[in-house]
Design a protein around this ligand. Structure first.
Ligand code: ATP
Ligand code: MG
Ligand code: FE
Length: 338
């Protein structure tokens, strides 16, 4: 089974071919980071235009790299949502045209299901499974009883983890995207500055990062008023220590409470070295299997969409040519039995 995956929900134009839901045959990502950097973030209209320019080339390259023809494929899987609606529509329309022209079924994939299924490209998922999703727009703990069964047990009440990284980076004058920049600075520094941790009510698996962000802004403001220089590495390390401690502690508590067989991390912030090290250590100590994909599969890509699409295809899920972009698409189970 060969599935073509297409992803255009934000600022990566990506296409990939995945075999049997687990093996990457080709994986092409055209990033717009260079041009979005100039604006300090993603400008939706510019993102859409880039997708229009890139999408056909990226799909052709995915086929070329794989040495395959459209007739070798079994289905096309595309990100249906959530994301920027104009950006989503470019991928969806390309997928529809490709599916129609080549008489292939089309499958609409939830972007976060994609991030989770990036793990299937590395090792088999085992259920019950806990997924810690940390990305630019999401911070969630999701419990899976089986393939395609998602139960949200906690989520952010304000900023997503990646959003907090990007905003704090901006305060520190670092380029977009801020996550990798803070990661680098934090790795070379101790967390001497203690920023707050938002634990919320006892037992809650929800998150909150806006207070932490404000606390960094206030810290800088106070230094500015005293005419003192900020030490970006100290701030980065202090900020990251707060994010990592809260994420690790809550994921560990949920894994124990729900007695899961496996824990996985997913999403762009799962590329963070401090977070990866902290999660690996915590779960190893408790003897709970923990996995996180390689960095290139944590950030947006189409192999993860093809992987999730493969699992859906196997279970008989099909979309139609009436598919539309769903900017606020909820993560709904396609398997409602478990
Ligand atoms: P979503 O997946 O929620 O729709 P998105 O697709 O924009 O949002 P991703 O591409 O999954 O998000 O992740 C991008 C985010 O990951 C950005 O906020 C970026 O700063 C962050 N990020 C990337 N690398 C790192 C890193 N090494 N450390 C921390 N954050 C990182
Ligand atoms: Mg991105
Ligand atoms: Fe993403």
């Amino acid at each position: 089974m060969y599935i073509l995956g297409i992803e255009t929900s934000c600022d990566e134009t990506a296409a990939s071919i995945v075999k049997n839901g687990t093996e990457i045959i080709s994986n092409v990502v055209a990033s717009q980071i260079v041009s979005q950097k100039r604006f300090g973030g993603v400008v939706p209209e510019i993102a859409s235009r880039h997708h229009v320019e890139q999408i056909t080339l990226v799909i052709e390259e995915a086929l070329l790299d794989a040495g395959m023809k459209p007739a070798d494929l079994d289905a096309v899987a595309v990100t249906e949502g959530p994301g920027l609606v104009g950006a989503l529509l470019i991928g969806i329309n390309a997928a529809k045209a490709f599916a129609f022209a080549n008489s292939l079924p089309i499958i609409g994939v939830h972007h976060i299901a994609g991030h989770i299924y990036a793990n299937e490209l590395m090792q088999r998922m085992e259920f019950p499974l806990l997924a810690l999703i940390v990305s630019g727009g999401h911070t969630e703990l999701v419990l899976m009883g089986a393939h395609g069964s998602f139960k949200l047990i906690g989520e952010t009440r304000d900023d997503a983890a990646g959003e907090a990284y990007d905003k704090v980076a901006r305060v520190l004058g670092l380029p977009y995207p801020g996550g990798p920049e803070i990661d680098k600075l934090a790795a070379g520094s101790d967390a001497e500055i203690k920023f707050p941790r938002a634990w919320l009510e006892p037992g809650s698996y929800d998150f909150s990062f806006s207070g932490l962000k404000s606390s960094v802004i206030n810290y800088k403001h106070n230094l500015d008023q005293r005419g003192e220089e900020i030490n970006p590495a100290h701030v980065a390390a202090g900020f990251q220590a707060s994010v990592v401690e809260v994420l690790t502690t809550k994921a560990l508590r949920a894994a124990k409470e729900y007695n899961v067989k496996q824990v996985i991390a997913a999403g762009g912030v799962a590329a963070n070295r401090g977070l990866r090290a902290s999660l690996e250590k915590a779960f190893q100590e408790k003897g709970i299997p923990f996995y996180v994909p390689p960095i290139s599969l944590c950030t947006d890509n189409a192999a993860m969409i093809a992987a999730a699409g493969s699992a859906m295809f196997t279970e008989g899920v099909r979309g139609t040519l009436a598919m539309n972009g769903k900017p606020g698409m909820p993560l709904i189970s396609w398997n409602t039995e478990k």
